[in-house]
Write a protein that binds this ligand. Structure first.
Ligand code: NAI
Ligand code: A1CAB
Length: 272
């Protein structure tokens, strides 16, 4: 893909995930800079991926063709203010922050940005990310294509037509790895109670999760309910487990949790 110089403003979990995936996919490390105030955050990135790091947001952003805003939403305004002096006309800005809309980002950087909002997730770290993207129709096709290729380098992408779609991407993908981790944590805990060591319990759970996910991917024409039915023998053990989940309204709980994620993103849009 096109090798533009990229500055990640903020070098936390999500920036690291994208940087790791990018470098593994062949993106030139010397085209990537990441910033963070703390050396403890920066140094491991320089060491592990051979990228540049600095605590100077202004110089990193000034030197870059593409600026990825990767700080916590609460900090975004404070981090953007000193960058207002830059000329953004030739730069692409990518924000990965949840709960900060395009209009607000334009306000924070005091200009009309060439902007793509991207909602990635942490499996980008291993090239298995799922990112949602939104850009206004005014964005030039080159920038649109670059943002798409960048996120394709670390996983799959899904464009949304309306900016509000980004909040639904958060619910279905950005936050979603944590839902699966939670489910696996609960399974591991119970497997330990049933007599397995921590390592054995983890292996049982992770391999089952991996196998299930890979079966879904390998069978795109088989719906998820059919895959479930293939495990569920009539009058058997799985049927009892599923009946128990249904009794506890698992589907309603999942729906409620996903709506709560959207509501929080909407709330954050008002806060920050
Ligand atoms: N963690 C995730 O799974 C996802 C996170 N996001 C978004 O990514 C953004 C970052 O989230 P995380 O990486 O999880 O947070 P994090 O807390 O791990 O990383 C934020 C980083 O910003 C750095 N930072 C703090 N003050 C700074 C400053 N003045 N200048 C430059 N850097 C500064 C910190 O050193 C820290 O490394 C958030 O806006 C979040 O909404 C989006 C999708 C998924
Ligand atoms: O929890 C959060 O707010 C961020 C956005 C999606 C995943 N992590």
């Amino acid at each position: 893909m096109e090798q533009r110089s990229i500055a990640f403003i903020g070098a936390g979990n999500m920036a690291r995930s994208i940087i790791a995936g990018l470098v593994a996919s062949g993106y030139a490390p010397d085209k990537i800079t990441a910033t963070a105030p703390s050396p403890a955050r920066r140094e491991p990135l320089a060491r592990d991926y051979g990228i540049h790091t600095t605590d100077n947001n202004l110089s990193a952003a000034s030197d870059a063709d593409v600026i990825v805003l990767a700080v916590k939403p609460q900090l975004m305004e404070e981090v953007c203010r000193p960058l207002q002096i830059l000329d953004f006309s030739g730069k692409l800005v990518i924000s990965i922050a949840a709960g900060i809309g395009a209009e607000r980002l334009n306000e924070m950087l005091a200009t009309n940005l060439n902007l793509v909002r991207v909602m990635p997730n942490t499996p980008s770290l291993i090239g298995k990310g799922m990112s949602g993207l939104y850009a206004s129709s005014a964005l030039n096709p080159n920038d649109r294509q670059f943002a798409e290729s960048l996120m394709q380098a670390v996983g799959e992408v899904c464009w949304v037509e309306q900016e509000s779609g980004i909040n639904s991407i958060i619910a279905a993908a950005g936050s979603a790895p944590a839902y699966f981790f939670l489910f696996m944590e609960a399974m591991q805990e119970e497997a330990i109670k049933q007599g397995f060591s921590t390592e054995q319990a983890r292996k049982l759970v992770q391999q089952s999760a991996l196998g299930a996910a890979e079966m879904v991917v390998a069978n795109p024409d088989t719906d998820l309910a059919t895959l479930r039915a293939q495990v569920t023998s009539k009058g058997g053990t799985t049927a009892e487990a599923i009946r128990t989940f249904n009794e506890c309204q698992l589907s309603d709980t999942v729906a409620k949790a996903m709506r709560a994620a959207v509501s929080r993103a909407e709330e954050m849009e008002k806060l920050f």
